[in-house]
Every structure is written in structure tokens, then in C-alpha cells.
Design a protein around this ligand. Structure first.
Ligand SMILES: Cc1ncc(COP(=O)(O)O)c(C=O)c1O
Length: 379
């Protein structure tokens, strides 16, 4: 790996001595998985950190989302309204559960699922809404609840980017029937691979917890068609230690976000999306997305992406292509471009800049200089 390369993210890692000591305890207990002591400790610590009552840990966020959908007992083949402006896992989890993703458009400011567009896609087959708190911007949870109550729909949130997002001073995980968190290495808080479900009902929590362990209730009873979604002890050990560093990492990212904002906010054609966040939300500091207006900036997002690559700066086009453009979904009626004008526009303009606590000041300035120069050279 070239040392000069700057990637979009870098994981936080536990201190080696502390990790060694937890690994020693695993060697001593000989418990590697199946909801061991470290798994249970992490679960309790996360409940406290997030201020929630019901949480179950998983081997990754995608399996968690699939188990969450299964736990809701949605009829096979029924429709789940979701956003195309997300990672592949969101739409694929719906399909893997034998349900049909129906794409609706997004709000231009928050880039999350647009309540008006949700309503226009509801029919007799609709059973749930799956919103994504993309980049940690909260979905319009109040409006979505009104719609869900009116049409008797379940609400699931993909909060893979929203670990530290708060709305009205409480974790965003408090909204909806189920919320999924991802603890993948690219996330602010990671357990190498990993994830969790947060539930607003004890019954669904119990069911999902059985489903993630093959449907096993006890040695004599297997009550459901389950799967293996358990988080193991080594993942949980990473989690216990990384949780101690999350606030520090968040604060460093906050400073980096301030530098990016001060350097880039007046560059013609560059839009800092987070400047539009409502005052009752606090950010997740998962990504630093900007939008490029080709008319005003002079070159397109794709051209800027290539300019940065030449400078060894690996920004990412999250989320391009849209899920509605994937081979498997592109022919669905809800995937057509005229149904998703805002999602298509933003997907062509968005670029996530490198964003992690250890990003050096000189590298931030290198990135900002490359962005400013590309604009000036096009005047
Ligand atoms: C929005 C979103 N949903 C779901 C996932 C899947 O999570 P995991 O990688 O933990 O399976 C990711 C990324 O990892 C994501 O960005």
C-alpha cells in the first residue's frame, strides 16, 4: 500500500495491550461464541451508551436487517417501500427475505426517504417502510410514523451510518419498530464485522434473538427457521475496547468537518450537505459527503473523482449507482428515472471525502487544495 494514498476511511483499532488481555480471557474461558461473557458485556454497554432497552448483537448488519425483517412476519412477496439511495445491503436484505423492494424518491436536503413519495407508492400489498438514516441524517421519523399508523405498516430503519445520531436528545434508534446498526470496519464504531438490532417491543426482540441462533429455544425445542447471525467473542472484544474510543474519534472527526467546511463552503459549485441539518439533530460523523454542481463548479463529480485519484486521494461515490440501477432491480416499475428524480440527481453529484480521526491536517489541506484548484482551472 502506497503511504501517500488517502482512503475514504480508516478504522479505529483497540490498544494492543488491552486487546491482548481480553484475548487472554477468551483463551481462559475457551468460549469463542454463542453469546459468551464478552458478547453479553458489550450488549449491556451498548444499551447504556444508546439509552435503549432492547438490543441484540449480530455477526454483521446485513444479517441483522434480514433477521429483523423475518421477525416481523411479513407475508412472502409483499412490498416494502424503501430508498434507492443506500448501500446494496438495504435492498438485498428485503429481497433475501422473499419481499419486494419498492423504491421511492428522497428529500433533497436530508437525502432520506421522502414521505410524500412513500404515500404515492402504498397499495394493498405494502406491508412496511424501510428508511435509511443516510450519512446519519435522520429520516422524517414523525411523518413516517403518521403514515405507518394510518396504513398499518411496520417501520424498520437502517441506521448503519447513524450510530451516534441523536434526534431531540435521544438516540435515533428509539424510532420505528426495529432499527439496524452496522459495526463494519468502515463504521465510526466497529467490531471488525458486526451489527445490532434495536427493538421497541420485547416480543420482537425475543423472536429475533431466537432467529439469529438457528431458531433454537433450548436443547429440546427448535421453534423457527432460524439462521446463524451471532456475534462472536473476538468481535465483541473489539467492540468493548472501541466503544471506549468512540467519543474521541467523533471529536476528531468534528474538527476535521470544521476544517473541510471552512475550506470548501465558498467554493462555487460545492455544497456541504451537513450545513442543512436541522437544529434538533446531532450528527453521526460517519461520512463527509459533498455535492458537486457541474454548472457552477465547471467539471462533473466523476471528473473531480478522477482528478482526486490522480492525486492518490480515494474519495468514494456513495451512493452511485442507485439500488434502482442494479441489474436485478432496474426493470421494476419503481426503478424508472422519472419516479426517482431527486435520487438520480443526487447520486450523480455526491462524493464522500476522506474522513477519519487520524487524517492529518496536511492531508486535509491537500484534499481541499485539489478541489479548489480543479474549480479554478475550469474558470
Ligand atoms: C446503509 C447501509 N446499510 C447496510 C450496510 C451493511 O452493513 P454490514 O456491512 O454490517 O453488513 C451498510 C454498510 O456496511 C450500509 O452502509
Amino acid at each position: 500500500m502506497n503511504k501517500n494514498n488517502i482512503y475514504v476511511t480508516q478504522p479505529i483499532l483497540p490498544e494492543r495491550e488491552k486487546l491482548n488481555s481480553l484475548i487472554d480471557s477468551i483463551y481462559e474461558s475457551k468460549v469463542l461464541t454463542n453469546m459468551g461473557q464478552i458478547h453479553c458485556n458489550l450488549k449491556e454497554k451498548l444499551k447504556k451508551y444508546l439509552g435503549i432497552n432492547n438490543l441484540s448483537l449480530f455477526s454483521n448488519g446485513t444479517i441483522a436487517l434480514m433477521v429483523g425483517l423475518k421477525a416481523l412476519d411479513l407475508p412472502f412477496g409483499s412490498e416494502v417501500i424503501t430508498t434507492p439511495f443506500t448501500f446494496a445491503a438495504t435492498a438485498h436484505a428485503i429481497s433475501w427475505c422473499g419481499l419486494k423492494p419498492v423504491f421511492c424518491d428522497i428529500n433533497e436536503q436530508t437525502m432520506t426517504i421522502d414521505p410524500k413519495s412513500i404515500i404515492s407508492h402504498i397499495n394493498d400489498n405494502t406491508v412496511a417502510i424501510l428508511g435509511v438514516h443516510v450519512y446519519g441524517f435522520p429520516c422524517d421519523v414523525d411523518e413516517i410514523k403518521v403514515i405507518a399508523d394510518k396504513y398499518k405498516l411496520k417501520v424498520i430503519y437502517d441506521a448503519a451510518h447513524a450510530f451516534t445520531t441523536k434526534l431531540n436528545n435521544q438516540s435515533i434508534c428509539n424510532y420505528g419498530d426495529i432499527t439496524m446498526l452496522s459495526f463494519h470496519a468502515t463504521k465510526l464504531f466497529n467490531t471488525i464485522e458486526g451489527g445490532a438490532l434495536v427493538f421497541n417491543s420485547e416480543d420482537i426482540a425475543r423472536k429475533a434473538t431466537v432467529l439469529k441462533n438457528f431458531g433454537i429455544i433450548n436443547e429440546d425445542t427448535v421453534s423457527h427457521i432460524g439462521i446463524n447471525g451471532k456475534m462472536n467473542e473476538l468481535q465483541a472484544a473489539f467492540g468493548i475496547l472501541n466503544l471506549q474510543n468512540v467519543e474521541k474519534e467523533k471529536n476528531k472527526r468534528k474538527q476535521i468537518a470544521e476544517i473541510y467546511t471552512s475550506q470548501l463552503q465558498y467554493v462555487p459549485g460545492i455544497k456541504i450537505t451537513f450545513n442543512e441539518m436541522a437544529s434538533n439533530c446531532s450528527r453521526s460523523y460517519q461520512y463527509f459527503p459533498i455535492r458537486i454542481d457541474q454548472q457552477k463548479y465547471g467539471i462533473s463529480r466523476d471528473e473531480l473523482y478522477l482528478v482526486l485519484r490522480k492525486e492518490s486521494i480515494f474519495a468514494r461515490k456513495y451512493f452511485y449507482p442507485l439500488c434502482s440501477q442494479f441489474t436485478h432491480y432496474q426493470d421494476e416499475p419503481s426503478s424508472c428515472e422519472s419516479n426517482l428524480p431527486v435520487a438520480n440527481m443526487i447520486s450523480d453529484e455526491i462524493l464522500c471525502l476522506p474522513f477519519y480521526g487520524k487524517l492529518a491536517n496536511q492531508d486535509i489541506m491537500r484534499i481541499c487544495k485539489a478541489i479548489k484548484l480543479s474549480q479554478e482551472n475550469k474558470r
